[in-house]
Ligand binder design. Structure first.
Ligand code: GUN
Length: 296
C-alpha cells in the first residue's frame, strides 16, 4: 500500500493563517508590525530564491521585511557594521543572514554578532545553548518545521524510535536535541547517524520516525525503511533538468521505493521546505512579542 503523503503546503497554509491572525492582534494591541531584516551576500541562485520567498511571505502575513542584498566581495567589516545597525533598528525584530557566506567571511563571527533577541534563525550560541537545556527561545526553522509536521500529521513522538541521518548544525543536531527533550512533542529515543556510521541500514530499519538530512539524492531507499514508518525528507537536491529546462528538485530519499514501505512520507518539493519559512515567520512574530513583553 502506498504511503500517506504529509502535505507540507496544506499544513503551511494553516500555520500561516494562525500567524497572520496573531500578527494582526499584536498590531491592534501594541501598534507594532513584526519586522524581519534579511541579508544576502552574493547571488547564489538557491539563496536568492530562498530569501525572495522569505520576504514575500512576510508581506503575505502582514509583517515588514527589509532586504539587504550585498555584493559577493563585501568585506566582513562592512557586513558586521550592517548587522550592528540592524541590531539597533527598532523596526527590526528579526535578523536573518542567509548562509552559506562567501569564503572570505568568518561565519561564526557573523552569527555571534547578531543580537540573540533578534536571532530568528536560532544559530547564535546563546540560542543553541537554550535549545540544548530545553528552554528554546528561537528553535531553528527547519527542525521546528519537522516537529510541527510530525505533530500536525498525528505522528506519535513520545517513546518513538527516531533515527536522524545527518549531523549538521542547521538540521541534524538540533532536531535530535529537540525530539529527545523531556517535553510535549518530544520524549523520543533518538539516534544520530552520519557519514561514518557503520551499517546505516541497521539503524534506519529500526526507525519509527526516520528524518533524512544527508544532503545526497537517494541516500535512503525503500529497503532501508521500517514498514509503516513516518519518513521526513529534508533533502533539497537540484538534479538534471525538466522538460522546461529547469533543474529538477529531489530529496534525499528515493521517493518511489520509499512510498511502497513507509506509512507516511513528506514529498520534495512540498514537504519540509515550505514549513521552514513558516517557522521563520513564527520566530519573527515571537521576537516582536518579546520586545513588547508579551510571552504568549
Ligand atoms: N541556508 C540554508 N538553510 C538556512 C537557514 O535556515 N537559515 C539561513 N540563514 N541560511 C540557510
Amino acid at each position: 500500500m502506498a504511503a500517506q503523503i504529509i502535505d507540507g503546503r496544506a499544513i503551511t497554509r494553516q500555520v500561516h493563517d494562525e500567524i497572520r491572525e496573531e500578527a494582526a492582534d499584536l498590531a491592534a494591541r501594541y501598534g507594532i508590525r513584526p519586522g524581519l531584516a534579511t541579508v544576502l551576500v552574493g547571488e547564489n541562485p538557491a539563496s536568492v530564491s530562498y530569501v525572495t520567498a522569505k520576504n514575500r511571505t512576510c508581506k503575505e502575513l502582514g509583517m515588514e521585511s527589509f532586504h539587504h542584498p550585498l555584493p559577493a566581495e563585501t568585506s566582513q567589516e562592512k557586513l558586521l557594521t550592517l548587522i550592528d545597525q540592524l541590531n539597533r533598528d527598532e523596526r527590526v525584530h528579526g535578523i536573518l543572514v542567509q548562509l552559506p557566506l562567501p569564503q572570505h567571511i568568518d561565519e561564526s563571527q557573523v552569527l555571534l554578532s547578531i543580537d540573540p533577541d533578534k536571532d530568528v534563525d536560532g544559530f547564535h550560541p546563546v540560542n543553541v545553548g537554550r535549545l540544548m537545556i530545553g528552554e528554546p527561545r528561537f528553535p531553528p526553522c527547519t527542525p521546528a518545521g519537522i516537529q510541527e509536521l510530525l505533530l500536525r500529521s498525528n505522528t506519535t513522538i513520545r517513546g518513538a524510535e527516531v533515527v536522524v541521518v545527518g549531523r549538521s548544525n542547521i538540521v541534524g543536531k538540533p532536531i535530535a536535541i529537540m525530539l529527545v527533550q523531556k517535553a510535549d512533542g518530544a520524549d523520543a529515543t533518538v539516534t544520530i547517524c552520519h557519514t561514518r556510521t557503520r551499517h546505516l541500514e541497521d539503524h534506519t530499519r529500526r526507525a519509527e520516525i526516520l528524518i533524512v538530512a544527508a544532503g545526497r539524492p537517494a541516500a535512503i531507499s525503500g529497503s532501508m525503511i521500517r514498514p509503516g514508518a513516518t519518513v521526513i525528507d529534508v533533502g533539497v537536491n537540484r538534479v538534471g533538468t525538466t522538460d522546461s529546462g529547469k533543474a529538477k528538485l529531489v530529496g534525499d530519499v528515493d521517493f518511489a521505493s520509499a512510498c511502497e514501505v513507509a506509512g507516511k512520507i513528506t514529498p520534495v518539493p512540498g514537504g519540509v521546505g515550505p514549513m521552514t519559512i513558516a517557522m521563520l515567520m513564527r520566530n519573527t512574530l515571537r521576537a516582536a512579542k518579546l520586545k513588547v513583553g508579551d510571552r504568549r
